[in-house]
Design a binder for this molecule. Sequence first.
Ligand SMILES: [Zn+2]
Length: 228
Amino acid sequence: MALKDLRDLIYPASCLLCRTSGVTLCPSCEATLSSCTESYRVQGRTLYSSLHYNEAASHLILAAKEDNDRAAARYLAELMAMRFSRVHRNFHRSSYLLVPIPSSRAADKRRGYEHMMILAGLVAKRIVTEYEVDCQLLNLLTPIRKVADQSQLTARARQVNIDGAFQLRKGLERRAGKGVGIILIDDLVTTGSTMSEGLRALRMGSIEPDALLSACVAGRFLVNKIGL
Ligand SMILES: [Zn+2]
């Protein structure tokens, strides 16, 4: 059992945003989250996101990412598994593989854990429970060079910064065989440049994902909204 899970058992749950006790997210904080029902096109694939980016969503993402807050990660994973229903409705696979967008090696080292592996693992578990399909995590993408922190860069600079940054982890691509639905997964999509790089790396190995899934989307940067 992870230390965080143990802590959750010892200390009763409190609201992830305002710390009101007894709930994971209190009704008034939950009301500040903005559900995303639109989808977006990124390099010919559909991106499904659970939330629009706002202050409340940003708090949840940062708690999961930087503080390894498992309650926040579980909450986001639940929302993402719900959003996955649109993917499953379109593809009806019996088996899916979730491929996380990797963080930089420096970020993983600083945090001491691979944040997207944890989040995607929780999403996979929820999908198995909710949809009675096989769903596993596949750590297929790996960074091959240093990238600057994307958050302070313009859209164009982000693209240049991330272009060619990922490659397929050797020996794993054969697991992404015929009939298995590949879902590229990230916590936050802003300009779509990191998702695009993930797609490019997969396509270099002739792997075409069914869809892209994220916890949160800063949709104002993505012009290619495709409706409800
Ligand atoms: Zn609250």
